[in-house]
Ligand binder design. Structure first.
Ligand SMILES: O=C(O)CCC(=O)C(=O)O
Ligand SMILES: [Fe+2]
Length: 267
């Protein structure tokens, strides 16, 4: 893999601020078509392997889901966020029938922890997904609110929620804490989507292409206000500074003196 397949610092900062990155039309159409065939032929449903197994050991003969995961661009995303030798956690292969009027409730997948280390979830959309077909609905900036499973299901709509309306081959890489829900499929066609959760095996530290590490945009990105959390925006910025310090391995990093001020505790 060449360095150019790795994400850059600005992308990682956006991941830290929003909890997700969207890669439009990343996967070529022959792989998209093959993935849908594999889904139709019931080859991807169920567990692909044992949780905690190397991801690279799975789907090695697949020209669909396997080929998607082996794409250099996808490998670059995985390596930038969770590093080499990453592990398969679980996956979910969705076929939502035509005219399926129910969506999912807002939820977070399998959160039982408050660690700084994070897993990623790839959400892969193998065909064009207009709004009425139900691209997953995400809440940018929700990943530090470690809600448990469907504890958030009474919410309906948020200011700033992001429905994935996309072209075929689009991939979303999300932090494991990100709030999301499936949407109804109001079209006459089957809707397909595959999610894969991936764990790191290395300390998540400067894993991306760091040639733009000191980009001055980083502070602005980490200060983004998603609005839905009302006046809590400063608390969210503090959460992001902590994750950024962890990722760049520098506990002196700050934005606007937010953490430095509260860490000033003269003896
Ligand atoms: O089908 C979707 O859009 C989301 C499904 C989901 O929540 C999941 O796979 O974790
Ligand atoms: Fe989910």
């Amino acid at each position: 893999m060449t360095a150019s397949n790795l994400l850059n610092t600005v992308q990682i900062a956006n991941f830290v601020a929003d909890g997700l990155l969207v890669f439009d039309e990343l996967v070529p159409d022959n792989i998209n078509q093959q993935v849908m065939r594999e889904l139709d032929e019931n080859q991807i449903q169920g567990r692909a392997g044992v949780a905690g197994q190397y991801l690279s050991e799975l789907w090695s003969n697949s020209q669909g889901i396997g080929a998607m995961l082996r794409l250099p661009a996808v490998q670059g995303i995985i390596k930038s966020l969770v590093g080499p030798n990453s592990l398969y956690d679980h996956h979910a292969a969705h076929r939502v029938p035509a005219r399926h009027k129910e969506g999912q409730f807002w939820h977070v997948d399998a959160i039982i922890d408050v660690r700084t280390h994070f897993d990623i979830q790839l959400f892969y959309f193998p065909h064009d997904t207009p709004r009425e077909m139900g691209g997953t609905l995400f809440l940018p900036g929700s990943h530090f609110r470690r809600a448990h499973e469907f504890d958030i299901s009474r919410y309906q709509n948020f200011r700033g929620q992001l429905p994935i309306v996309c072209k075929a081959g689009t991939l979303v890489a999300g932090h494991h804490g990100l709030w999301h829900c499936a949407q109804p499929n109001h079209t006459d066609a089957m809707r397909y989507m595959i999610k894969v959760r991936i764990n790191p095996t290395v300390r998540q530290k400067l894993l991306w292409d760091t040639s733009d590490l000191n980009n001055p945009e980083v502070s602005n990105i980490l200060s983004r206000n998603h609005r839905w959390y009302g006046d809590d925006d400063r608390l969210e910025v503090c959460n992001r500074i902590k994750l950024w310090r962890f990722l760049i391995d520098d506990d002196s990093f700050d934005v606007n003196y937010w953490l430095t001020r509260i860490e000033n505790q003269p003896a």
